[in-house]
Design a protein around this ligand. Structure first.
Ligand code: ADP
Ligand code: DP6
Ligand code: CO
Length: 332
Protein backbone atom coordinates (compact mmCIF):
# COMPACT_ATOMS: atom_id res chain seq x y z
CA UNK A 1 0.00 0.00 0.00
CA UNK A 2 1.33 3.45 -0.79
CA UNK A 3 1.10 6.08 1.96
CA UNK A 4 -1.28 8.66 0.54
CA UNK A 5 -2.57 11.95 1.88
CA UNK A 6 -4.47 11.16 5.06
CA UNK A 7 -6.40 12.90 7.85
CA UNK A 8 -8.81 11.96 10.64
CA UNK A 9 -11.69 13.85 12.22
CA UNK A 10 -14.33 13.56 14.92
CA UNK A 11 -17.87 14.93 14.59
CA UNK A 12 -20.68 14.71 17.10
CA UNK A 13 -24.25 13.71 16.44
CA UNK A 14 -27.03 16.25 16.94
CA UNK A 15 -30.68 16.25 17.84
CA UNK A 16 -33.07 18.67 16.17
CA UNK A 17 -35.37 20.77 18.36
CA UNK A 18 -37.14 22.05 15.23
CA UNK A 19 -36.90 19.28 12.69
CA UNK A 20 -35.96 18.80 9.06
CA UNK A 21 -38.25 16.46 7.09
CA UNK A 22 -38.73 16.98 3.35
CA UNK A 23 -36.41 18.01 0.52
CA UNK A 24 -36.49 21.01 -1.79
CA UNK A 25 -34.12 19.35 -4.27
CA UNK A 26 -33.16 15.70 -3.89
CA UNK A 27 -30.03 15.94 -6.07
CA UNK A 28 -28.54 18.85 -4.13
CA UNK A 29 -30.08 17.48 -0.92
CA UNK A 30 -31.45 20.89 0.02
CA UNK A 31 -34.09 20.82 2.77
CA UNK A 32 -37.66 22.00 2.30
CA UNK A 33 -37.62 23.55 5.80
CA UNK A 34 -34.99 25.02 8.10
CA UNK A 35 -34.08 23.28 11.36
CA UNK A 36 -32.46 23.99 14.72
CA UNK A 37 -30.44 21.44 16.69
CA UNK A 38 -28.14 20.86 19.62
CA UNK A 39 -24.91 18.95 19.10
CA UNK A 40 -24.42 16.00 21.49
CA UNK A 41 -21.13 15.43 23.24
CA UNK A 42 -21.68 11.75 24.06
CA UNK A 43 -22.46 10.49 20.53
CA UNK A 44 -19.79 10.82 17.86
CA UNK A 45 -18.11 9.44 14.75
CA UNK A 46 -14.37 9.10 14.12
CA UNK A 47 -13.37 8.93 10.47
CA UNK A 48 -10.05 8.60 8.65
CA UNK A 49 -9.77 9.39 4.93
CA UNK A 50 -6.73 8.38 2.89
CA UNK A 51 -6.43 9.33 -0.78
CA UNK A 52 -4.29 6.84 -2.71
CA UNK A 53 -3.05 6.68 -6.29
CA UNK A 54 -3.43 2.87 -6.48
CA UNK A 55 -7.20 2.67 -5.85
CA UNK A 56 -9.72 2.15 -8.62
CA UNK A 57 -12.73 3.24 -6.52
CA UNK A 58 -13.64 4.71 -3.13
CA UNK A 59 -13.91 2.25 -0.24
CA UNK A 60 -15.99 2.66 2.92
CA UNK A 61 -15.26 0.65 6.05
CA UNK A 62 -17.96 1.34 8.64
CA UNK A 63 -17.44 -0.13 12.11
CA UNK A 64 -15.00 -2.61 10.57
CA UNK A 65 -17.31 -3.82 7.77
CA UNK A 66 -17.01 -3.01 4.08
CA UNK A 67 -20.12 -0.89 3.31
CA UNK A 68 -21.86 0.74 0.37
CA UNK A 69 -19.82 3.81 -0.58
CA UNK A 70 -22.45 5.49 -2.82
CA UNK A 71 -23.29 8.39 -0.48
CA UNK A 72 -19.69 8.81 0.62
CA UNK A 73 -18.57 8.96 -3.03
CA UNK A 74 -20.97 11.84 -3.69
CA UNK A 75 -19.22 13.94 -1.03
CA UNK A 76 -15.72 12.80 -2.04
CA UNK A 77 -16.43 13.81 -5.66
CA UNK A 78 -17.08 17.38 -4.49
CA UNK A 79 -13.94 17.37 -2.33
CA UNK A 80 -11.92 16.08 -5.31
CA UNK A 81 -13.28 18.99 -7.35
CA UNK A 82 -11.91 21.49 -4.81
CA UNK A 83 -8.61 19.59 -4.58
CA UNK A 84 -8.17 19.52 -8.36
CA UNK A 85 -8.70 23.30 -8.52
CA UNK A 86 -6.07 23.71 -5.82
CA UNK A 87 -3.63 21.45 -7.71
CA UNK A 88 -3.60 18.79 -4.96
CA UNK A 89 -3.02 15.19 -6.15
CA UNK A 90 -6.10 14.03 -4.18
CA UNK A 91 -8.13 15.71 -6.93
CA UNK A 92 -7.43 12.68 -9.15
CA UNK A 93 -7.43 9.90 -6.55
CA UNK A 94 -9.88 7.59 -4.83
CA UNK A 95 -9.98 7.21 -1.08
CA UNK A 96 -10.26 4.67 1.70
CA UNK A 97 -12.71 5.88 4.35
CA UNK A 98 -12.56 4.13 7.69
CA UNK A 99 -15.18 5.19 10.20
CA UNK A 100 -16.58 4.19 13.58
CA UNK A 101 -19.74 5.40 15.28
CA UNK A 102 -19.72 5.11 19.07
CA UNK A 103 -23.50 4.46 18.98
CA UNK A 104 -25.91 2.38 16.83
CA UNK A 105 -25.94 3.22 13.09
CA UNK A 106 -29.14 3.97 11.17
CA UNK A 107 -31.25 3.69 14.31
CA UNK A 108 -32.55 7.23 14.75
CA UNK A 109 -29.56 8.62 16.66
CA UNK A 110 -28.34 10.70 13.68
CA UNK A 111 -25.35 8.63 12.56
CA UNK A 112 -25.74 10.22 9.13
CA UNK A 113 -25.21 13.62 10.80
CA UNK A 114 -22.00 12.82 12.66
CA UNK A 115 -20.88 10.44 9.89
CA UNK A 116 -20.96 12.93 7.03
CA UNK A 117 -19.69 15.87 9.11
CA UNK A 118 -16.66 13.78 10.14
CA UNK A 119 -16.18 12.63 6.53
CA UNK A 120 -16.09 16.21 5.24
CA UNK A 121 -13.58 17.43 7.82
CA UNK A 122 -11.32 14.39 7.32
CA UNK A 123 -11.54 14.41 3.50
CA UNK A 124 -10.89 18.14 3.11
CA UNK A 125 -8.04 17.82 5.60
CA UNK A 126 -6.49 14.92 3.67
CA UNK A 127 -6.80 16.93 0.45
CA UNK A 128 -4.91 19.86 1.99
CA UNK A 129 -7.93 22.17 1.87
CA UNK A 130 -8.77 24.78 4.52
CA UNK A 131 -12.37 25.64 3.69
CA UNK A 132 -14.58 28.02 5.69
CA UNK A 133 -17.10 26.37 8.01
CA UNK A 134 -19.96 27.38 5.71
CA UNK A 135 -18.42 25.43 2.80
CA UNK A 136 -17.86 22.43 5.07
CA UNK A 137 -21.52 22.63 6.09
CA UNK A 138 -22.64 22.66 2.44
CA UNK A 139 -20.41 19.68 1.63
CA UNK A 140 -21.80 17.77 4.63
CA UNK A 141 -25.37 18.58 3.51
CA UNK A 142 -24.73 16.74 0.23
CA UNK A 143 -24.12 13.60 2.32
CA UNK A 144 -27.02 14.12 4.74
CA UNK A 145 -29.10 17.20 5.57
CA UNK A 146 -28.68 16.83 9.32
CA UNK A 147 -24.88 16.61 8.87
CA UNK A 148 -24.74 20.28 7.85
CA UNK A 149 -25.56 21.10 11.50
CA UNK A 150 -22.96 18.74 13.02
CA UNK A 151 -20.13 20.89 11.63
CA UNK A 152 -21.04 23.23 14.51
CA UNK A 153 -21.20 22.82 18.27
CA UNK A 154 -23.82 24.04 20.74
CA UNK A 155 -26.99 25.28 19.06
CA UNK A 156 -27.01 25.30 15.24
CA UNK A 157 -29.54 26.44 12.67
CA UNK A 158 -29.81 25.02 9.16
CA UNK A 159 -31.27 27.40 6.58
CA UNK A 160 -33.60 25.94 3.98
CA UNK A 161 -32.27 28.43 1.41
CA UNK A 162 -33.80 29.43 -1.90
CA UNK A 163 -30.86 29.40 -4.38
CA UNK A 164 -31.16 26.91 -7.23
CA UNK A 165 -27.53 25.79 -6.73
CA UNK A 166 -27.98 25.13 -2.99
CA UNK A 167 -25.41 27.79 -2.06
CA UNK A 168 -27.60 29.27 0.70
CA UNK A 169 -28.62 25.93 2.23
CA UNK A 170 -26.10 25.63 5.08
CA UNK A 171 -26.04 25.64 8.86
CA UNK A 172 -24.44 28.10 11.26
CA UNK A 173 -23.89 28.30 14.98
CA UNK A 174 -26.60 30.17 16.90
CA UNK A 175 -24.89 29.93 20.26
CA UNK A 176 -21.87 28.07 21.63
CA UNK A 177 -22.33 25.15 23.99
CA UNK A 178 -20.93 26.97 27.04
CA UNK A 179 -23.44 29.85 26.65
CA UNK A 180 -26.29 27.65 27.92
CA UNK A 181 -25.29 24.28 29.36
CA UNK A 182 -28.12 21.77 28.98
CA UNK A 183 -28.21 18.03 29.54
CA UNK A 184 -29.68 15.44 27.16
CA UNK A 185 -30.56 11.90 28.24
CA UNK A 186 -30.69 9.44 25.35
CA UNK A 187 -32.93 6.43 26.00
CA UNK A 188 -32.04 3.61 23.60
CA UNK A 189 -34.97 1.22 23.10
CA UNK A 190 -33.67 -0.69 20.04
CA UNK A 191 -30.16 -1.01 18.60
CA UNK A 192 -31.15 -2.31 15.17
CA UNK A 193 -31.54 -0.24 12.02
CA UNK A 194 -34.86 1.38 11.18
CA UNK A 195 -36.75 -0.29 8.33
CA UNK A 196 -37.34 2.91 6.32
CA UNK A 197 -34.36 5.28 6.36
CA UNK A 198 -34.82 9.03 6.69
CA UNK A 199 -33.98 9.80 3.06
CA UNK A 200 -36.75 7.53 1.76
CA UNK A 201 -39.23 8.28 4.55
CA UNK A 202 -39.27 12.02 3.96
CA UNK A 203 -39.81 11.62 0.23
CA UNK A 204 -42.81 9.38 0.98
CA UNK A 205 -44.27 11.92 3.44
CA UNK A 206 -43.96 14.72 0.90
CA UNK A 207 -45.67 12.58 -1.74
CA UNK A 208 -48.53 11.17 0.30
CA UNK A 209 -49.32 12.93 3.59
CA UNK A 210 -52.21 15.44 3.50
CA UNK A 211 -50.43 17.16 6.42
CA UNK A 212 -47.25 17.92 4.43
CA UNK A 213 -48.38 21.40 3.25
CA UNK A 214 -49.20 22.33 6.88
CA UNK A 215 -45.77 21.03 7.96
CA UNK A 216 -44.10 23.35 5.43
CA UNK A 217 -46.32 26.32 6.29
CA UNK A 218 -45.74 26.11 10.03
CA UNK A 219 -41.93 25.67 9.94
CA UNK A 220 -40.88 29.31 9.88
CA UNK A 221 -43.05 30.15 12.88
CA UNK A 222 -41.48 27.32 14.92
CA UNK A 223 -37.98 28.39 13.87
CA UNK A 224 -38.59 32.01 14.91
CA UNK A 225 -40.02 30.96 18.26
CA UNK A 226 -37.11 28.56 18.91
CA UNK A 227 -34.53 31.23 18.06
CA UNK A 228 -36.26 33.55 20.56
CA UNK A 229 -36.38 30.85 23.26
CA UNK A 230 -32.65 30.13 22.83
CA UNK A 231 -31.71 33.82 22.84
CA UNK A 232 -33.77 34.37 26.03
CA UNK A 233 -32.53 31.08 27.64
CA UNK A 234 -36.19 30.29 28.26
CA UNK A 235 -36.07 26.55 28.97
CA UNK A 236 -39.82 26.08 29.37
CA UNK A 237 -40.49 27.68 26.01
CA UNK A 238 -37.68 25.72 24.34
CA UNK A 239 -38.91 22.45 25.83
CA UNK A 240 -42.60 22.90 25.05
CA UNK A 241 -41.81 23.90 21.48
CA UNK A 242 -39.40 20.96 21.07
CA UNK A 243 -42.08 18.44 22.11
CA UNK A 244 -44.71 20.12 19.98
CA UNK A 245 -42.50 20.14 16.87
CA UNK A 246 -41.51 16.49 17.46
CA UNK A 247 -45.11 15.32 17.77
CA UNK A 248 -46.08 17.35 14.72
CA UNK A 249 -43.35 15.54 12.75
CA UNK A 250 -44.60 12.17 13.97
CA UNK A 251 -48.18 13.10 13.00
CA UNK A 252 -46.80 13.76 9.52
CA UNK A 253 -45.00 10.40 9.55
CA UNK A 254 -48.09 8.54 10.80
CA UNK A 255 -50.21 10.11 8.07
CA UNK A 256 -47.78 9.00 5.33
CA UNK A 257 -48.95 6.11 3.12
CA UNK A 258 -47.77 3.51 3.95
CA UNK A 259 -47.46 4.83 7.50
CA UNK A 260 -44.06 5.52 9.02
CA UNK A 261 -44.38 4.22 12.57
CA UNK A 262 -40.95 4.73 14.12
CA UNK A 263 -42.10 4.19 17.74
CA UNK A 264 -42.17 0.99 19.76
CA UNK A 265 -43.85 0.35 23.12
CA UNK A 266 -40.85 1.62 25.09
CA UNK A 267 -40.81 4.84 23.06
CA UNK A 268 -44.37 5.60 24.15
CA UNK A 269 -43.70 4.55 27.75
CA UNK A 270 -40.67 6.89 27.85
CA UNK A 271 -42.79 9.80 26.60
CA UNK A 272 -45.24 9.20 29.45
CA UNK A 273 -42.38 8.94 31.95
CA UNK A 274 -41.17 12.38 30.87
CA UNK A 275 -44.64 13.86 31.29
CA UNK A 276 -44.80 12.31 34.77
CA UNK A 277 -41.47 13.88 35.64
CA UNK A 278 -42.94 17.25 34.65
CA UNK A 279 -46.04 16.64 36.76
CA UNK A 280 -43.65 16.05 39.64
CA UNK A 281 -41.97 19.42 39.07
CA UNK A 282 -38.93 18.35 37.00
CA UNK A 283 -38.66 20.38 33.77
CA UNK A 284 -37.80 17.72 31.17
CA UNK A 285 -38.95 17.51 27.55
CA UNK A 286 -38.67 14.70 25.00
CA UNK A 287 -37.91 14.62 21.32
CA UNK A 288 -37.73 11.68 18.89
CA UNK A 289 -36.22 11.47 15.39
CA UNK A 290 -36.89 8.87 12.71
CA UNK A 291 -36.44 5.94 15.05
CA UNK A 292 -37.62 4.58 18.41
CA UNK A 293 -35.06 6.36 20.64
CA UNK A 294 -36.18 9.08 23.07
CA UNK A 295 -33.94 12.06 23.83
CA UNK A 296 -34.83 14.09 26.89
CA UNK A 297 -33.69 17.67 27.41
CA UNK A 298 -33.24 18.84 30.97
CA UNK A 299 -31.22 21.18 33.16
CA UNK A 300 -27.85 19.75 34.32
CA UNK A 301 -28.98 19.59 37.97
CA UNK A 302 -31.90 17.30 37.00
CA UNK A 303 -29.84 14.95 34.79
CA UNK A 304 -29.58 12.15 37.38
CA UNK A 305 -33.29 12.04 38.23
CA UNK A 306 -34.12 12.01 34.52
CA UNK A 307 -31.62 9.21 33.89
CA UNK A 308 -33.17 7.11 36.67
CA UNK A 309 -36.72 7.68 35.44
CA UNK A 310 -35.81 6.60 31.89
CA UNK A 311 -33.75 3.61 33.06
CA UNK A 312 -36.84 2.34 34.92
CA UNK A 313 -38.99 2.32 31.76
CA UNK A 314 -39.61 -1.26 30.55
CA UNK A 315 -37.89 -1.77 27.19
CA UNK A 316 -35.25 0.93 27.65
CA UNK A 317 -31.93 -0.92 27.12
CA UNK A 318 -29.56 1.87 27.96
CA UNK A 319 -29.59 5.57 28.87
CA UNK A 320 -26.67 7.61 27.55
CA UNK A 321 -26.15 10.95 29.28
CA UNK A 322 -24.83 13.88 27.26
CA UNK A 323 -24.01 17.53 27.49
CA UNK A 324 -23.88 19.78 24.45
CA UNK A 325 -20.95 18.99 22.19
CA UNK A 326 -18.36 20.83 20.08
CA UNK A 327 -18.26 21.27 16.32
CA UNK A 328 -16.42 18.81 14.08
CA UNK A 329 -12.64 18.86 14.38
CA UNK A 330 -9.44 17.23 13.09
CA UNK A 331 -7.91 14.41 15.11
CA UNK A 332 -4.22 13.70 14.97
P1 ADP B 1 -29.61 7.87 11.33
O1 ADP B 1 -30.85 7.99 12.14
O2 ADP B 1 -28.59 7.01 12.03
O3 ADP B 1 -29.06 9.18 10.87
P2 ADP B 1 -30.13 7.50 8.49
O4 ADP B 1 -31.07 6.57 7.81
O5 ADP B 1 -30.40 8.94 8.35
O6 ADP B 1 -30.08 7.06 10.04
O7 ADP B 1 -28.65 7.26 7.99
C1 ADP B 1 -28.01 6.02 8.09
C2 ADP B 1 -27.00 5.93 6.97
O8 ADP B 1 -25.99 6.94 7.13
C3 ADP B 1 -26.20 4.64 6.95
O9 ADP B 1 -26.92 3.62 6.30
C4 ADP B 1 -24.98 5.06 6.16
O10 ADP B 1 -25.29 5.13 4.78
C5 ADP B 1 -24.75 6.48 6.64
N1 ADP B 1 -23.76 6.53 7.72
C6 ADP B 1 -23.96 6.33 9.03
N2 ADP B 1 -22.81 6.45 9.73
C7 ADP B 1 -21.86 6.73 8.82
C8 ADP B 1 -20.44 6.97 8.91
N3 ADP B 1 -19.81 6.96 10.07
N4 ADP B 1 -19.76 7.24 7.77
C9 ADP B 1 -20.41 7.27 6.58
N5 ADP B 1 -21.73 7.06 6.43
C10 ADP B 1 -22.45 6.79 7.53
C1 DP6 C 1 -35.97 13.20 11.76
O1 DP6 C 1 -30.51 14.18 7.68
O2 DP6 C 1 -30.93 11.73 8.08
O3 DP6 C 1 -33.62 13.32 12.17
O4 DP6 C 1 -30.70 14.33 4.36
O5 DP6 C 1 -31.83 12.25 3.65
O6 DP6 C 1 -29.71 12.11 4.98
P1 DP6 C 1 -30.98 12.89 4.69
O7 DP6 C 1 -31.84 12.81 6.02
P2 DP6 C 1 -31.42 13.02 7.54
O8 DP6 C 1 -32.84 13.36 8.19
C2 DP6 C 1 -32.97 13.77 9.52
C3 DP6 C 1 -34.41 13.74 9.93
C4 DP6 C 1 -34.66 13.91 11.42
C5 DP6 C 1 -34.82 15.37 11.79
C6 DP6 C 1 -33.57 16.21 11.86
O9 DP6 C 1 -32.49 15.71 12.19
O10 DP6 C 1 -33.70 17.42 11.62
CO1 CO D 1 -29.93 10.57 9.52
Amino acid sequence: MNGGATAAARAHSNIALVKYWGKRDATLNTPAVGSISVTLDALYTDTRVTFRSDLTDDELWLDGCRSDATRVRRVLDLVRGYAASAGHPAGGQHAVVSSTNNFPTGAGLASSASGFAALVVAATGAAGLALPARELSILARHGSGSAARSIFGGFAEMHAGTASDGSDSYAEELQGRSAWPLAVAVAITERGEKSINSTIGMVESAATSPFYPAWLDSADGDLAEMRAAIAARDFTRLGELTEYNCLKLHALMLSTRPALIYWNAATVAAMHAVRELRSGGVPAYFTIDAGPQVKVLCLPGDAEVVRQALAAVPGVHEVRMSTLGPGAYRLE
